[in-house]
Write a protein that binds this ligand. Structure first.
Ligand code: BTN
Length: 273
C-alpha cells in the first residue's frame, strides 16, 4: 500500500484541537492513539501512573469499545469521536451519578451548537430526532468509602455511514444515527472535539461553583423522558410506566402501571410513546 493511502482526510490532531481549546482543566494533557482496546481502559492505566485531572485520551478506533450495561460500543476507524476524560472531584461516591451529567450536558451543548435539537435520555444518552447519536460510560474508582476518580468516556457518531451502523448494530442500528446524516454536512472532528471539551470544562466549573442543583436543573431542561411512557429493564426485571423525572441522587423516578413509584439505578429505558 502506498504511504499516502494510510493518511485519513480528517485525522484527529492534538494541535488542531488545542487551537480551539479554551478550557482551564479539561485537556491539560491530551493523548491521541490510532487504535486502543478502549479509551476508558487506556486512561485507567494512565491514571494509575499518576495522570492529572483533566487528562484526555482520544483514539481513532477502539477494538473493545464498551457501552453501558456490558454492551459493546461500535468504534470504526477515523470517523467518530471516542474520548475519555479523568476527573478527581472531592465528592462522595453517591454523588458520582449526578457529577457524570457534566458529560451529557456538554455533549448536548456541542451538538446543539451544530444546529441540532439534542435531548438527553437518562442517564447520559444523547438523542436527536429520537435517534441515539452519543453515549457516556462513567466509571468510578473508590478508595475505602471515598471517591478516588471518575473516568467519563464518550462516544459520538459523527461521520459513520448509515450502512456501517446497520451492519454493525443490526436492528438496533435503526435507533442510532450520525451527526453527518442529521446535518447533511461532514462534521469536522477536531472542531467538534474541542467544542465538546470546552463545554465539558464549563459544566465542571458550574458543578464546582454552584453544585449539583445547578447541573440537575440544566439536565432536567434537556430531559426527553419526563412525562413519557417508558419500558424499564433492570437486571432481570422489566416493567412499563411513566417517567417522573430524575431524583436529586441521579436515579430515574418511574411510576409503574400500578401507580407505585420506583427508582431506577442502572437500567435500560426505552421510550414507548
Ligand atoms: C453507552 O451509551 O452505552 C455508552 C457508550 C460509551 C462509549 C465510549 S467510546 C469512548 C469510551 N471508551 C469506551 O470503551 N467506551 C466509551
Amino acid at each position: 500500500m502506498a504511504p499516502e493511502a494510510l493518511i485519513i482526510q480528517d485525522a484527529l490532531s492534538i494541535e488542531l484541537i488545542r487551537r480551539r481549546l479554551s478550557a482551564q482543566v479539561v485537556g491539560r494533557q491530551i493523548y491521541l492513539f490510532g487504535e486502543v482496546p478502549s479509551t476508558n481502559e487506556t486512561l485507567r492505566h494512565l491514571t494509575k501512573a499518576g495522570a492529572r485531572e483533566g487528562t484526555v485520551v482520544l483514539a481513532e478506533s477502539q477494538t473493545a469499545g464498551r457501552g453501558r450495561l456490558g454492551k459493546a460500543w461500535f468504534s470504526p476507524f477515523g470517523v467518530n469521536l471516542y474520548a475519555s476524560i479523568l476527573f478527581r472531584p472531592t465528592i462522595s461516591p453517591e454523588a458520582a451519578p449526578v457529577f457524570s451529567f457534566i458529560a451529557s450536558l456538554a455533549l448536548a451543548d456541542a451538538i446543539r451548537a451544530l444546529g441540532l435539537p439534542a435531548a438527553i435520555k437518562w442517564p447520559n444518552d444523547i438523542l436527536v430526532e429520537r435517534k441515539k447519536v452519543a453515549g457516556v460510560l462513567a466509571e468510578v474508582a473508590t478508595a475505602g468509602d471515598r471517591l478516588d476518580y471518575v473516568i467519563l468516556g464518550v462516544g459520538v457518531n459523527l461521520n459513520v455511514d448509515r450502512q456501517a451502523l446497520l451492519e454493525a448494530l443490526g436492528d438496533a442500528g435503526h435507533a442510532a444515527a450520525a451527526l453527518r446524516e442529521l446535518t447533511g454536512k461532514e462534521i469536522d472532528r477536531n472542531a467538534f472535539s474541542a467544542s465538546f471539551l470546552n463545554f465539558l470544562d464549563e459544566w465542571l466549573l458550574v458543578y464546582r461553583d454552584r453544585g449539583a442543583a445547578a447541573l440537575l436543573k440544566a439536565w432536567r431542561d434537556r430531559d426527553i423522558l419526563t412525562g413519557r411512557r417508558v419500558q424499564v429493564r433492570e437486571q432481570r426485571i422489566t416493567f412499563d410506566g411513566r417517567a417522573r423525572g430524575v431524583h436529586a441522587d441521579g436515579q430515574l423516578v418511574v411510576e409503574d402501571s400500578k401507580g407505585l413509584t420506583r427508582k431506577v439505578v442502572a437500567g435500560e429505558v426505552r421510550l414507548l410513546d
